[in-house]
Design a protein around this ligand. Structure first.
Ligand SMILES: [Fe+2]
Length: 462
């Protein structure tokens, strides 16, 4: 039996609108589509990417209709794809050892990689593939082919951007932040009003040594940046032989991890709070209660969550996946000291119902990173101190990010389904599983091939 290294094997097959066989019953109300993004090819001939995050962008679509599901997958023909396939180059990515000139140029001129393999969103009416450079891709929602990079209707200069936008429930605007390197480095909070591609600058924080930040959190009144002490100085990008983008960052735990809380209406930085160092990729939900801002996130002791994921280690099946802890941080807005509670161990990819975004909520859904011939999906009942409210697992199956889709007329937060693209290592193919809100299986649909482990996705109603 293959282990999880099967999730790091190159995929090359592409299919279009393939009807998948369904075992069980997919609820008939599910009539939209799940789009997912992630790297799925790391080698072309003798050329290879070094880091899991540097594989070529691969998009999947699962279109639901009347209990059936049609599957499409595509490698958009980006510049990065052409460079890899035609020139055998994986240069200029997140972490690559041969991309020095390309990388310097990319960081300072904005001509950075268009290998947008992290997430998806619907912006200005278009399906968009997101990555951590400003080179986001407009994607044809049917063919999943690239229609070129997104043109922003603004003049902002961004260098490192979050791929985890947060859509505000009140206005529909997408919120995010980017880092701009320069004489003064700054984090810039921005919003993209619904129906536009215009990034509006809301506020900024000047910073001497910018950190690597991956996601942030939103509440009705505030945006929260979580700044781990994985920091760089832009001059480091110019040093020859310093490796890829992430290799230019140093772990400086004495700095601690800093929360930066900005007002959404004025952009003003209203609160900074520093706590003992941790690293994080992903926030879960956040909200405000009793004068405090509450933010749930997956914390790591150090930066090994970034540095341990070389492709060689993953393909060899001996990567030490670091253990993430779901924590709840409480940040009093009046200046009192921050505190945190433990919610769950060994989880990643936290998601929750979009119906409760920015509100006090009950359930977070996550992958368990406890890997023993497979890994589970878990529901963490955050309002109950982290009690396990549901669990799904199967021998030999590795789960993907659980995307929660609320029932369109549901009253209860758990009324809906969880969609997860999993890898069945015995059958050596992927399977889409449809679970209900307590992670009881409703249906599954096997794919014609194995999709390597991806990152993030979203469900959009038609
Ligand atoms: Fe992410």
């Amino acid at each position: 039996m293959a282990g999880y290294e099967a999730g790091f094997r190159d995929l090359t097959e592409e299919v279009r609108d393939r009807d998948l066989p369904v075992e069980g019953t997919i609820p008939a109300w599910l009539d939209g589509a799940l789009y997912r993004n992630g790297p799925a090819r790391w080698t072309v001939g003798d050329a290879a990417a070094d880091h899991w995050f540097d594989g070529l962008t691969h998009l999947t679509r699962f279109a639901f209709d009347d209990g059936g599901v049609r599957y499409t997958n595509r490698f958009p023909r980006t510049e990065a794809y052409r460079a890899a396939v035609e020139e055998g180059s994986f240069a200029g990515q997140f972490s690559s050892t041969d991309g020095y000139l390309a990388r310097v140029k990319s960081m300072l001129t904005g001509e950075s990689t268009d290998n947008a393999n992290v997430h998806v969103a619907r912006i200005g009416g278009d399906l968009v593939a997101l990555t951590e450079t400003p080179n986001w891709l407009r994607i044809d929602p049917e063919s999943l082919e690239s229609a070129g990079t997104l043109d922003y209707a603004d003049n902002l200069t961004a260098h490192h951007v979050t791929a985890h936008l947060r859509q505000a429930p009140d206005s529909g605007a997408h919120w995010g932040y980017f880092t701009r390197f320069g004489r003064t480095n700054e984090y810039v909070l921005f919003r993209i009003p619904e129906g536009t591609t215009r990034r509006e600058r809301v506020g900024s924080v000047a910073v001497e040594k910018p950190a690597y930040m991956h996601s942030f959190a939103l509440t009705p009144a505030h945006a929260v940046l979580v700044e781990p002490p994985l920091v760089t100085h832009p001059a480091k990008f110019l040093l020859p032989g310093s490796g890829g983008f992430i290799d230019s960052y140093d772990w400086e735990p004495d700095r601690g991890t800093r929360f930066l809380i900005l007002r959404r209406d004025t952009g003003e930085l209203v609160r900074e709070a520093t706590v003992p160092a941790f690293f994080t990729f992903h926030t879960a939900n956040a909200f405000e209660r009793d004068g405090s801002l509450v933010v749930d996130l997956v914390a790591y002791d150090d930066d090994s969550a970034v540095t341990d994921l070389s492709l060689g280690a993953l393909r060899g099946g001996d990567a030490g996946f670091p253990s993430g802890e779901l924590r709840r941080y409480r940040l009093p807005l009046d200046g009192g000291g921050p505190s945190h509670d433990h919610l769950a161990d060994e989880v990643e990819m936290p998601r929750f119902s979009p119906a409760v975004h920015t509100r006090e909520y009950e359930h977070a859904y996550a992958q368990s990173t406890e890997m023993d011939g497979g890994n589970a999906l878990v529901r963490v009942d955050v309002a109950e101190g982290g009690a396990v409210g549901g669990r799904w697992e199967e021998a030999g199956v590795y789960s993907g990010e659980p995307v929660f889709v609320p029932h369109p007329e549901g009253d209860d937060e758990a009324e809906g389904v969880v969609l997860s693209l999993c890898l069945d290592t015995d059958a050596e193919r992927s399977v889409l599983v449809v679970l209900d809100g307590d992670l009881t299986e409703l249906a599954r649909a096997p794919l014609p091939h194995a999709v390597p482990f991806g990152f993030h996705g979203e469900y959009f109603r038609d």
